[in-house]
Design a protein around this ligand. Structure first.
Ligand code: ZN
Length: 489
């Protein structure tokens, strides 16, 4: 996901857990009661080793291999006792395969699908303090490409499935795990491919996506646990100005670069109309309860329908709140001109938009055209390519209504693990594979199962990291939540 979290800066210090070496422990000896105990050390060690193994397998689109990671996780599942028929490694491309595993239950209820992506964005060694593809533990943090986005989540899921297997757990429904390719880019998105080619492998009552719904903490204080029920839609538009050009020694005002620059400046100063939905209203209302004075009043006023315009104006100054209140569009790339001594014949800009659910991409295109306000600047939607390389329509995705059984299980697990931490429904500005499951009619909830320090978001950036204690707390939370969602009683 193109992760997005509020900005507030202060960094905590965390103590590491003493860890027992995994190989020396016979898993079948684990007998501790499941619900109230923290994670048995053996499973923390397992989680650590899976996390390390994943981070050290390069799964970038350029030179990496997602299939290697999928095969490695499949082997761990088979070694833990999953039958061969219940662990599948498959995909439309040799380097971009996915692993799908099924944990059989009593069938009393329809299955749940858990998803996470195995690929990571590019990382340049020279930009990092450590090797991005080496798992480094330092000063209470785990460093490496994908530690935040989202190999920690993959490790939490795999550890949970293996632990439940080892404990002989019988859920009242099948639990399906899909760890997939090309969420971050590339042409072989695994979730899209599975839903299109093998719906029966992954069909479920609803989906839990660990690539979204980050739990937030600030200065080490846990603020809220998120349940992402909606996400904005990613869309790129090209703004282009064409011109006959000429010799630069005879300049004229009618210049492709000037037309484009004018249009972009007008876009800079434009705000799309305010929008709210059930999820964002819930978010603002709950966040108001834990926010100080003035911002609490504004958050309350914005949670109303229609939201209070003055409060909207004030909150929109905060980029995070602004993106929850409307569609946003921003210039991200620029190109123009063909020679330093020639008047430009072409000037182009990429404008990246995050479309609020319910706004249509074509409507956004028309708005951009209106704001550009220049007949010499054309605005076109940049088509997104599907797994087969063919353009796929850019569609906005309806929010997933908050399913009571998921809210109940989340609140039960939160009470057990972090009493007093509120559950808040969120909408992500970033896009995730939840888009594909929602479009396929599977209600989807982003639940990262882990706390992230606000202001320390290094996803897609250099020296990406997550807190060591946050990771182990996540191992415990994921296990407990999975049981709460699938317990027979
Ligand atoms: Zn991601």
């Amino acid at each position: 996901m193109t992760n997005f979290r509020k900005n507030a800066r202060k960094l905590p210090v965390i103590v590491c857990i003493a860890i027992i070496i995994f190989g020396a422990i016979d898993l079948s000896a684990v007998t501790q009661s499941q619900n109230d105990a923290a994670t048995p050390p053996a499973f923390n060690q397992l989680a650590h080793d899976i996390f390390k193994q994943l981070v050290e397998i390069n799964t970038t689109d350029s030179v990496g291999n997602v299939t290697t990671a999928a095969e490695a996780m499949a082997k761990r599942l088979r070694d833990a006792g999953f039958a061969d028929k219940d662990v599948i490694v498959a995909g439309p491309n040799e380097r971009k395969k996915n692993v799908v595993a099924r944990f059989h239950g009593s069938g009393k209820r329809k299955p749940i699908l858990f998803i996470g992506h195995l690929d990571v964005v590019e990382a340049r060694r020279e930009d990092w303090t450590t090797d991005p593809f080496q798992f480094v533990e330092r000063d209470g943090f785990f460093y490496g490409r994908g530690t935040d986005d989202m190999k920690a989540g993959d490790a939490l899921l795999l550890t949970t499935f293996i632990r439940l297997r080892k404990e002989g757990y019988v859920p009242d429904r099948d639990l399906i795990l899909a760890l997939t390719a090309d969420e971050e880019g590339g042409n072989f998105n695994g979730v899209e491919w599975l839903l299109k080619e093998h719906r029966d492998w992954v069909d479920a009552e609803y989906c839990i996506n660990l690539d979204g719904g980050e739990f937030e903490k600030q200065n080490g204080k846990r603020l809220q646990a998120a349940m992402q029920g909606s996400e904005k839609v990613y869309a790129d538009y090209q703004l282009e100005s064409l011109n006959p050009g000429g010799h630069s020694s005879e300049p004229v005002r009618d210049n492709a670069i000037y037309h484009l620059a004018g249009a972009l400046t007008r876009l800079r100063d434009y705000d799309f109309p305010v929008k709210v939905n059930e999820i964002t209203q819930n978010y603002f209302a709950r966040t108001a309860e834990i926010s100080p004075g003035d911002s609490s009043a504004d958050l309350k006023a914005v949670a109303k329908n229609p939201p209070d315009p003055a409060a909207v104006a004030r909150l929109s100054r905060e980029p995070y709140y602004n993106t929850l209140l409307r569609t946003t569009c921003v210039a991200t790339m620029l190109s123009g001109g063909h020679a330093p001594n020639a008047l430009p014949q072409t000037a182009r800009a990429n404008v990246n938009c995050r479309i609020f659910p319910g706004d249509e991409p074509e409507e956004v295109r028309r708005t951009l055209e209106r704001v550009a306000a220049d007949s010499k600047v054309s605005v076109t939607l940049v088509p997104q390519l599907g797994a087969d390389g063919k353009p796929v329509p850019t569609v906005t995705v309806p929010p997933s209504a908050l399913l009571p059984e998921v809210v109940k299980a989340m609140e039960k697990t939160l009470n057990e693990t972090y009493p007093g931490v509120p559950l808040v429904a969120t909408m992500s500005a970033g896009a995730s594979d939840g888009k594909f499951t929602r479009i396929a009619g599977i209600p989807t909830f982003g639940i990262a199962c882990m706390f992230f320090e606000l202001g320390d978001n290094r996803a897609h950036g250099k020296d990406e990291r997550i807190g060591v204690q946050d990771f182990y707390d996540g191992v415990n939370f994921t296990y407990k939540l999975t049981r709460a969602l699938s317990s027979p009683n």
